[in-house]
Design a protein around this ligand. Structure first.
Ligand code: BTN
Length: 332
């Protein structure tokens, strides 16, 4: 796959590349080139073979590049990064790091991919992950804390992701509990935290963030909720994928370090400012249906909902929340 990734990088400019020149650049035979082209086809890369002229992509690709990602990281975060893998394809960057953690990867190891064949969302959902279009990033961190103490880590990482988007000029991003990144009422991205370890710690956590950058319409059609992407929010001023990825990775590393030292307390103020549910009527769908008005989050990250029978605290993982329209407003 690394060879196929190199081939894709050569083709990424969208220009026509003659077959012999590609073979020379990659140091491979013609039949190896055909095998690599087939591998790209099977990943969904739109590739045109032009008789007698060579090959080109249907459109140029803003490919991930490890050194460009590293260069975009905030300086303070650089020493926290234990390693960075940039893959062409993987089942899920979260799964990849969980497997790595079992083999002893160091805390602060990160992984990104151009494409996920089995991207995972919260609550067992699929995360639609077309090639070259979005950011799929995971970070592994070992915490000397109990599972309970880490309950709000996903919210803190949501704050970090929203801050990274603001840093690179994406306007109007908020958080919908527990950690959906939203803009204009549509989902822009999400955070998936997967923890493994003893109840009392230490705990190995893989935090995965997916952000829609330029979702192709065909892939977007399979998403079951309203979604948006950075392209729609920024137009021609949209940030480069590598820059967004580097800033996001840095923000996540710093968030893990800070959470390990002080827990959610250092993020609560920012969460409150980004919280799009606060003060809104919500319906909590869990084992039992609950209606009320969202009233921010508790110190452990639970959603506070004021109901007719008092304030209830809802913990992540049990429920999904739908904002209901305010009194008198029409439902779209
Ligand atoms: C959500 O459902 O909102 C969470 C989505 C998390 C998606 C990211 S993409 C990178 C990482 N790898 C995965 O398989 N999932 C997360």
């Amino acid at each position: 796959m690394q060879q196929a990734r190199r081939l894709l990088a050569l083709l990424a400019d969208g220009a026509v590349h003659p077959g012999p020149r590609l073979c020379t650049a990659l140091g491979v035979e013609r039949r190896d080139l055909r095998r690599m082209l087939n591998a790209l086809y099977s990943l969904g890369v739109e590739l045109h073979g032009l008789r007698g002229r060579g090959y080109r992509l249907a459109q140029p690709l803003d490919m991930l590049d490890e050194s460009a990602v590293r260069a975009a990281m905030p300086v303070r975060a650089v020493p926290l990064l234990a390693g960075l893998e940039v893959l062409l394809e993987v089942d899920s960057t979260n799964r990849h790091l969980s497997r790595g953690a079992e083999r002893g990867l160091g805390s602060g190891h990160a992984c990104m991919a151009e494409h996920q064949s089995a991207g995972r969302g919260r609550r067992g959902r699929v995360w639609v992950s077309p090639l070259g279009a979005n950011v799929y990033l995971s970070l592994m961190w070992r915490f000397d804390a109990s599972l309970r103490e880490l309950a709000a880590l996903g919210l803190a990482c949501g704050v970090a992701a929203a801050a990274a988007l603001a840093d690179v000029g994406v306007p109007g991003v908020g958080l919908k509990w527990p950690n959906d990144l939203v803009a204009g009422g549509a989902k822009l991205g999400g955070v998936l935290v997967e923890a493994a370890g003893a109840e009392r710690g230490p705990v190995t956590v893989v935090t995965g963030v997916g952000i829609n950058i330029a979702m192709p319409a065909a892939a977007g059609a399979s998403i079951e909720q309203r979604w948006t992407d950075v392209r729609a929010l920024c137009g021609s001023t949209r940030p480069a994928r590598n820059r967004l990825a580097g800033v996001l990775l840095g923000r996540l590393l710093l968030a893990c370090e800070r959470f390990a030292a002080n827990g959610f307390a250092g993020f609560a103020g920012d969460y409150a400012r980004l919280d799009v549910l606060r003060g809104r009527p919500v319906e909590v769908l869990g084992r039992a249906r609950l209606r009320g008005v969202a009233d921010g989050v508790a110190a452990n990250g639970a959603l506070r909902v004021c109901t007719s029978t008092g304030t209830r605290e809802i913990t992540a993982g049990e429920v999904s929340v739908r904002a209901r329209p305010r009194e008198g407003a029409m439902e779209a």
